[in-house]
Design a protein around this ligand. Structure first.
Ligand SMILES: C[S@@+](CC[C@H](N)C(=O)[O-])C[C@H]1O[C@@H](n2cnc3c(N)ncnc32)[C@H](O)[C@@H]1O
Length: 305
C-alpha cells in the first residue's frame, strides 16, 4: 500500500497513518525537519509540488485554519492529476466549508487552473519590477506593505553608500525586498533564503525573469548550509513572521549577526517595534528605528571587533 500524506505536521502523525509504505509531503522544510526529529520512522519529502508516483492512497489534511482556500484548491488539483486509487480528505473545519471546497473542484474536475499571480513593485530611485507568486508563498497576489517599507529604507541607505553590496535576504518569500534593493543598488550580489519550497520556487523564477542573479536557498537554519558565508555580508534584510513569540525572528537575527561582516548593517521590519527591539538588542549593541508606511524598520550595525 503506497500512501502519500499531504498537509500533515509532526503533531498530526500517528503510527496508524505512518504504517506501511507511507511518504509525508511538506511544503516547508521546517515542518519536514520537525517530522524527522519527532518521528524517525517517517519518510519525508519537502517540495513545491506533490511527488509523482503510483499512489494507492493520498490523504490530504486541510481546513481554513491550516491553509488558504487557494492553496487547498491548488493541492487538490495536483492530487486529482496524480489519480490515486483512493483519496481521503481529512478536513479540519465546518462541514459547510468542506462542501464549498469540494464543490469548487467538482464543478469541472479536469480543468487545470494556474494559481500563479503577478504584481508590480518599486522603490524610489530603483527599477520597477514584476513578481510572480504562488499559493503558499509569501506574499501571494499582493505585495506586503512591511516588506515594501523595509525595501525602501534599505535601498535608500545602501544606494547612498555608492558601493556594491553583498546582501542577504532572509525569509525572502517571492523576493520582494531583495529584488527591489538589488534593482536600486548597482552591483548587488544577492543571496536569498526561505524555508518554504514555493517561496524558493517563486524567487528562482523571479530572479530569471528579472535578470537579477540570486543564489536562492531552501533552509530553516540560516546560512548553516552555505560554505564560508559567515562574516561576509555587507547587509541583511529580514521581514520575519511574528507568530511563535518571536522565536523565528530570533533565528533571523542570530543569522544576521553571524552572516554580517564587522560594520555590516542589519534591517528588520515590524508593525510595532516593542516586541522585536529587545530581541534585536540581544544580537546588536544598538537599534535605530526608522518609521515608514506605518511600520518600524529596525536598523543595527555589527560592531568592529
Ligand atoms: C513575512 S514573510 C516575508 C516575505 C518577504 N520578505 C516580504 O517581505 O514580502 C516571512 C518569510 O519567512 C519565511 N520563513 C519562516 N521561517 C523561516 C526560517 N526559519 N528560515 C527562512 N525563512 C523562513 C516564510 O516562509 C516567509 O516567506
Amino acid at each position: 500500500m503506497k500512501r502519500l500524506l499531504v498537509g500533515f505536521k509532526a503533531s498530526d502523525l500517528t503510527s496508524e497513518l505512518l504504517a506501511g509504505d507511507t511518504l509525508c509531503h511538506t511544503l516547508d522544510i521546517y515542518h519536514a525537519h520537525a517530522i524527522e526529529k519527532t518521528r524517525p520512522d517517517a519518510k519525508v519529502v519537502c517540495s513545491a509540488h506533490l511527488p509523482g508516483g503510483d499512489w494507492d492512497e493520498i490523504v490530504f489534511r486541510t481546513g481554513p485554519k491550516l491553509m488558504s482556500g487557494e492553496l487547498s484548491l491548488d493541492l487538490l488539483q495536483e492530487i486529482h492529476l496524480l489519480s490515486p486509487r483512493r483519496f481521503t480528505l481529512d478536513f479540519v473545519g465546518r462541514e459547510r466549508d468542506r462542501n464549498d471546497l469540494l464543490g469548487k473542484i467538482k464543478k469541472d474536475p479536469d480543468r487545470v487552473r494556474s494559481f500563479a499571480a503577478r504584481y508590480p513593485a518599486s522603490v524610489p530611485g530603483g527599477r520597477r519590477i514584476e513578481l510572480t507568486s504562488f499559493p503558499g508563498c509569501f506574499c501571494h497576489r499582493r505585495r506586503d506593505e512591511g516588506g515594501l517599507a523595509l525595501a525602501e529604507v534599505a535601498a535608500r541607505e545602501l544606494a547612498q553608500a555608492r558601493s556594491p553590496v553583498k546582501l542577504l535576504d532572509m525569509g525572502c518569500g517571492c523576493g520582494l525586498v531583495g529584488f527591489l534593493v538589488a534593482g536600486a543598488v548597482p552591483g548587488t550580489a544577492l543571496t536569498m533564503i526561505d524555508s518554504h519550497s514555493r517561496a524558493v520556487e517563486a524567487a528562482r523564477l523571479n530572479s530569471r525573469d528579472l535578470g537579477i542573479p540570486a543564489e536562492v536557498v531552501l533552509a530553516d537554519d540560516g546560512i548553516a548550509s552555505l560554505p564560508d558565508a559567515a562574516g561576509t555580508f555587507d547587509a541583511f534584510v529580514g521581514n520575519p513572521p511574528y507568530y511563535s513569540d518571536y522565536r523565528i525572528a530570533d533565528v533571523f537575527l542570530e543569522t544576521a549577526k553571524s552572516a554580517l561582516k564587522a560594520g555590516g548593517v542589519c534591517y528588520t521590519v515590524v508593525k510595532n517595534e516593542a516586541g522585536l527591539k529587545p530581541v534585536q538588542e540581544r544580537y546588536f549593541p544598538s537599534v535605530e528605528i526608522v518609521r515608514r508606511r506605518g511600520y518600524s524598520v529596525l536598523k543595527s550595525v555589527k560592531p568592529l571587533p
